[in-house]
Design a protein around this ligand. Structure first.
Ligand code: GLU
Length: 492
């Protein structure tokens, strides 16, 4: 039997998501339990949204958790490159193979044509989909248009009837009707592959034997299966993991729960507790014990103990588990781990320059700058009373600033300042008019060290968390307000 090889294939388009860590953990455990290998591949074909910063954050977050990979963009390996953006030629070659074999075809439709097709289908009460019109073109015409360099995409053919059987390791055979599948674009007009093509080609070339991925990918599985068939490749074993959910059962989203691994790091959770908790999502140890290490999980891992009910990611439960871990550390370890978290020289050296000029004794440091060592803060709601804005406008301003900061990718004081200034000016105010609100939300106090510096030092996760908390404290944002403000915000 060939070696088990699994992978995590994140798209580096934002903060490192706990869902990525969860899927990585299960792939890791599965591989290690079988004495196999775990690979990290970066799926960065979306050039607009992918960034190197986000990629680095994914590496850091997984390493912080203690998940290491045998092959990947930063560690190399025999099947590289491990970044899809560096594999362009490979996809070109394989898509051509599909076209030559008649499994895929060029489509010259313009955006307007597709839009019209869609509108007409909707008017007839049909599900919008590509109608296959390019298949009616004669071979000569296709050749002529290709030779003339007309912009085109490559689409795959899909059966129009029958069902596709998706063999899922958790659910058994899942039947999905072919008429739900569109003639998926495999290669875009700019010559870049879509997820479907790149994912199948890479899993094959990288020798992946088992794919554990999130359940949200199950509905599109037939397209992947068809591609394996067209290429004549053996399909890896498939496993669709249950999605993490908010306590209200909706899909885990950052509106309701912080979803970035780095947030949990900054809040002072232990990586081993975090991993333990992610392992508890939909899986349990044979003896049902709550607290277990990564090594325990690898040793006892078994897909038959994964349950399909959507596991709920609940910060309170995570905190409880973290408490178990913390209390069981030898006290020297406890002190050492706390030191590593925020009582370390680097962090103190970032804070010291802002504190030194404002104290007369060391004993004044904690009251002035204690918020640097907190997760949330508890500002007095009275601190949000504003000279020029009413209570609703205050919330609107804070929400806008939060949205701006959520989109900010480079976390530097100047950029943070620019975000706040832009919002203030959009509301006919000055930067300084926004400052008292920021002070209250971020430091929890009426005054302290410079709040813009404090935001930079605290980092994006805690800054955004505190702004969200302040909004909650002020009564939250209704659905209607959210919609209204979003519209106005988009026009900024
Ligand atoms: N790039 C996809 C993602 O970000 C990979 C999904 C898969 O595992 O196939 O989730």
């Amino acid at each position: 039997m060939s070696t088990v090889r699994t992978r995590i294939a994140p798209s580096p388009t934002g903060d490192p998501h706990v869902g990525t860590a969860y899927i990585a953990l299960f792939n890791y455990c599965f591989a290690k339990q079988h004495g196999g290998e775990f690979i990290l591949r970066i799926e960065d074909t979306d050039q607009l949204r992918s960034t190197r910063e986000s990629e680095q954050q994914i590496f850091d977050a997984l390493r912080w958790l203690g998940i290491e990979w045998n092959e990947g963009p930063d560690v190399g390996g025999p099947h590289g490159p491990y970044r899809q953006s560096e594999r362009g030629q490979i996809y070109q070659r394989y898509v051509q193979q599909l076209v030559d074999a008649g499994h895929a075809f060029p489509c010259f439709c313009t955006a307007e044509e597709l839009e019209q097709m869609r509108a007409e289908q909707q008017a007839r009460g049909e599900t919008p989909r590509y109608d296959g019109r390019a298949l009616l073109l004669s071979a000569d015409e296709v050749q002529r248009r290709l030779a003339a360099g007309e912009p085109h995409v490559i689409r795959m053919k899909v059966p129009s009837e029958g069902v596709c059987i998706v063999p899922d390791l958790l659910r058994g055979d899942v039947e999905i009707p072919w008429d739900r599948m569109d003639m998926q674009v495999l290669m875009k007009a700019d010559g870049l592959p879509t997820y479907f093509l790149a994912n199948v080609v890479d899993d094959h070339l990288m020798g992946i034997t088992h794919v554990l991925r999130g359940e949200e990918w199950l509905p599109s599985a037939p397209k992947l299966i068809k591609l394996y068939e067209y290429f004549g490749w053996e399909q890896p074993k498939l496993c669709y993991m249950p999605l993490l959910r908010n306590p209200d059962k909706s899909k885990l989203s950052k509106r309701k729960n912080p979803t970035s691994v780095t947030f949990y790091e900054r809040m002072g959770f232990l990586p081993e507790a975090m991993l333990n908790y992610l392992g508890r999502m939909g899986w349990s140890m044979p003896d049902e014990r709550e607290k277990f290490s990564l090594a325990d999980m690898v040793e006892h891992f078994d897909l038959s103990r994964v349950s399909l009910g959507g596991p709920i990611f609940d910060i309170e439960k995570l905190s409880w588990l973290n408490g178990q871990w913390l209390r069981e550390l030898p006290v020297e370890q406890f002190a050492e781990r706390a030191r590593q978290w925020a009582f370390n020289n680097d962090y103190l050296m970032r804070i010291a320059p802002h504190v030194q000029g404002r104290v007369e004794t060391f004993s004044q440091i904690a009251p002035l700058a204690g918020f640097f060592f907190q997760g949330g803060v508890q500002p007095d709601p009275a601190l949000f009373a504003h000279k020029k804005l009413n209570a609703d406008q205050v919330r609107q301003m804070m929400q806008w600033i939060l949205w701006k900061l959520e989109a900010l990718r480079t976390w530097e004081k100047d950029r943070i300042t620019a975000c706040i200034q832009q919002v203030a000016e959009a509301l006919g105010l000055k930067l300084r008019d926004a400052m008292p609100l920021m002070f209250a939300a971020i430091t929890g106090q009426a005054n302290s060290v410079s709040v813009l510096d404090a935001m930079e030092i605290l980092g994006p996760d805690l800054t955004r968390y505190r702004l969200r908390q302040a909004l909650e404290l002020l009564g939250g944002v209704s659905k209607r307000e959210n919609k209204e403000w979003e519209k106005l915000f988009a026009a900024l």
